[in-house]
Write a protein that binds this ligand. Structure first.
Ligand SMILES: NC(=O)c1ccc[n+]([C@@H]2O[C@H](COP(=O)([O-])OP(=O)(O)OC[C@H]3O[C@@H](n4cnc5c(N)ncnc54)[C@H](OP(=O)(O)O)[C@@H]3O)[C@@H](O)[C@H]2O)c1
Length: 335
């Protein structure tokens, strides 16, 4: 098991990544443990069977969100797997339109009911776009959910350092345990990862497979050929080598199994150096810390159709994921 020590030295207690297995967990700053590998279920059209397949293949962590609209299916998939609840780690997230104290309490209750669970392992603020006041009210409500035993750990997603700092400045009862952001060799978000490591906040990688965009890039292909593995496995492994929780999504059992085979090899220094040169800032999460960002109301309209923050970006701008493409948009976002 990896640990983050109380002084916030994230990497000091990392065991050799070579010893990681699907059962390996990372100890969070609140003492709870999160399995490194989780199944992502955003846009999973067969979410319940994917969850069951993942659990049968020894995954022990499922990443859902209210915005995905599939918490009920996640619960069904968990029950169908026959794996005891106590062995499974479930993450969900609250949407920005639900930020606020009372609405957060209500959302957590709804998530529990939909999932059919009596506690949720990790509840995240999905993104920071509601403005300081609402963000902090939401945090206080999540702290109450922990006190009430409804949630075990709480954290954030798509948060830039200043959004996290705003919580820490309040000397909160509970510090954010984890920040879930887009992480892969083409989106390394070093400013955020360095900050989180310094503060003892774990990192979880979403879109770790780059949503298939970079499977054929020469650097990834070269490393895959060297180790005789697939390019998705290299991308998953890169995140494990970095010490990040990793959340590949697939609804196909063969791929769910194959992605987990990233535990069967390791990347050496030469591989990591090569992959570290790939950072192109190719991500959408960083948009939330930008002076100019997508206007809130168009986002909601689109997000209702598209289910998730990042889908909105591809939906509104299918050919261009670069940050500059968002700078031109109206600045109505309360960041
Ligand atoms: N916090 C946030 O704002 C946020 C944002 C985005 C995502 N997330 C979380 O992170 C998870 C992962 O991110 P993501 O779903 O956007 O992208 P991803 O995991 O990078 O990529 C998923 C895509 O890769 C395909 N795929 C999976 N394994 C494959 C394999 N071995 N070979 C070829 N293709 C493969 C999947 O297709 P098939 O399903 O057909 O296999 C799917 O199209 C999400 O599901 C969600 O839980 C969080």
């Amino acid at each position: 098991m990896n640990t983050i020590d109380p002084r916030g030295n994230y990497e000091a207690n990392m065991p050799s990544t070579k010893s990681l297995t699907l059962a390996s967990t990372l100890k969070l700053n609140d003492g709870n443990e999160i399995p490194y590998m989780g199944l992502g279920v955003w846009k999973s059209s067969t979410c319940d069977t994917a969850v069951t397949a993942a659990l049968k293949n020894n995954y022990r962590h499922i990443d859902t969100a209210r915005a995905y609209g599939n918490e009920r299916e996640v619960g069904e998939g968990i029950r169908a797997s026959g794996v005891p609840r106590s062995e499974i780690f479930v993450t969900s997230k609250i949407n920005d339109e639900d930020h606020g104290y009372d609405s957060t309490l209500r959302c957590v209750d709804e998530s529990l009911e939909l999932l059919g669970l009596d506690y949720i392992d990790l509840y995240l603020i999905h993104n920071p776009r509601s403005g300081t006041e609402k963000r902090l009210e939401t945090w206080r409500a999540l702290e109450k959910c922990v006190k009430d035993g409804k949630v075990r750990s709480i954290g954030v997603s798509n948060y830039a350092p200043r959004h996290i700092q705003e919580i820490l400045d309040l000397s909160p009862k509970i510090k954010p345990a984890l920040n879930q952001i887009e992480l892969h060799p083409y989106s390394q978000q070093r400013e955020i990862t360095d900050y989180c490591k310094e503060k003892g906040i774990a990192l979880a990688a979403y879109a770790p497979l780059t949503r298939c965009k970079h499977f054929d890039k020469p650097e990834v292909v070269k490393v895959a050929e060297k180790h005789g593995v697939t390019t998705p496995q290299v991308l998953v492994r890169w995140n494990l080598e970095k010490g990040y929780v990793v959340l590949p999504k697939s609804e196909k059992e063969e791929r769910i199994k194959s992605n987990a085979d990233a535990y069967g090899f390791s990347l050496d220094e030469e591989d990591m150096k090569l992959l570290d040169t790939c950072d192109k800032g190719d991500c959408s999460g960083m948009v939330f810390d930008r002076r100019n960002c997508p206007s809130l109301s168009p986002f909601r309209t689109i997000a209702n159709k598209a289910d998730d923050v990042t889908q909105q970006l591809t939906f509104s701008n299918p050919n261009d994921h670069s940050q500059s493409s968002f700078d031109a948009r109206p600045n109505k976002c309360r960041l």
